[in-house]
Design a protein around this ligand. Structure first.
Ligand code: SF4
Ligand code: SF4
Length: 334
């Protein structure tokens, strides 16, 4: 036992020796660029083709364990609401002319009408595309639409037990359905669009794109904190060349709050969450130790304790925190 506890539960960080034997010699933190001062594209590390990853055998182990213990999440096509039509409509030959602000409003209204809970738009940056995916479909498109779908916090709060991962997969499916519907809508208007929905990664690192698109601030737990949903959500994306007005980042005080909060770092069984920012590929930011997190994450079907306990995620706490932080910032943007 580690002594880590939340919600009355003491959590055991013991790792199955069979999994331990698959840990590669190379550190995931090195692959992620921890301590590197130069900005560069990220390298693929997890949730990609396992044959291409140093940690691919660990990823396979996790999927096998989950398949055995939580079989209802493995039928991604038709289970848990499904992921939408897999075949994309062709791009119409003539792009409909239009204004970037009007197109952005149209796309957002469409996504919100198609199950999204929030939508943001950002201009693509090269440092958001994995180095190994530079030639993947969509990687050269100039705009990114990020779709946010809320998780049921009561289900998420069962982490690290299986009901949490069932909810995670249900929401990945919902986000994917939205991304595919938005993609088809844009293609019908004569523009290229490529959807992406988790959990398997595509060419885009979604977290920095979502922050640029106004969907929240990076938290100490390495996930985004959104002003309405805390960290109780999942993301999907659409890459497109449709002209779209980009959003501004939304700074409402979450980063400041993290400096004095230790709820997630104290709850994390393997002590993976650092209490100070670190330099990663040229950017100073909150960073979760990959080598400490992943074995526990694998052992517990994706863990999720840190995003569940974050006060911003808790429906009875998050809205009060937002009011407090906005008052502190002297802002009237509530
Ligand atoms: S997901 Fe990783 S960082 Fe978060 S609580 Fe679990 S082990 Fe810790
Ligand atoms: S639990 Fe506290 S420190 Fe961790 S991400 Fe949430 S607000 Fe920040």
């Amino acid at each position: 036992m580690t002594g880590h506890a939340y919600d009355g539960r003491v959590l055991d960080a013991a790792i199955d020796p069979e999994q331990q034997a698959l840990v590669p010699d190379v550190s995931g933190n090195v692959i992620n660029g921890l301590g590197e001062g130069r900005v560069r594209p990220p390298s693929t590390i997890y949730w990609q083709d396992p044959r291409t990853l140093a940690h691919g055998r660990l990823q396979n182990w996790m999927l096998e364990k989950t398949r055995r213990d939580v079989p209802q999440i493995m039928d991604m096509r038709t289970g848990l609401g499904g992921r939408g039509n897999e075949k994309r409509v062709p791009v119409a030959p003539q792009p409909v002319p239009g204004d970037a602000a009007e197109f952005a409003a149209e796309v957002k209204a469409f996504a919100l009408g198609a199950e999204a809970d929030a939508v943001g738009i950002a201009r693509m940056r090269p440092e958001w595309i994995y180095a190994e995916h530079a030639d993947s479909p969509g990687a050269d498109l100039p705009n990114v639409i990020i779709v946010l779908v809320q998780m049921d916090h009561a289900e998420l709060a069962t982490a690290p037990e299986p009901p949490s991962v069932v909810e995670v997969m249900r929401q990945y499916n919902r986000g994917t359905r939205v991304a595919r519907a938005v993609t088809d809508r844009i293609r019908e208007r004569g523009y290229m669009a490529v959807p992406h929905g988790g959990p398997v990664g595509g060419p885009l690192v979604m977290v920095p794109a979502a922050i640029a698109a106004g969907l929240g601030e990076l938290g100490k737990h390495g996930s985004i904190i959104n002003r309405r949903f805390g960290s109780s959500f999942r993301l999907a994306a659409v890459l497109t060349d449709m002209p779209l007005a980009a959003d501004e980042p939304d700074r409402f005080g979450a980063d400041d709050f993290c400096r004095n909060c230790q709820v997630c770092s104290r709850a994390c069984p393997p002590d993976a969450i650092a209490d100070a920012k670190q330099t990663v590929r040229g950017v100073e930011k909150w960073y979760v130790d990959f080598d400490r997190c992943v074995p526990y994450f694998n052992q517990t079907y994706g863990c999720g304790i840190c995003i569940a306990v974050c006060p911003w995620s808790r429906p009875e706490v998050g809205p009060k925190l937002l009011q407090k932080m906005l008052r502190r910032l002297g802002s009237d943007q509530a």
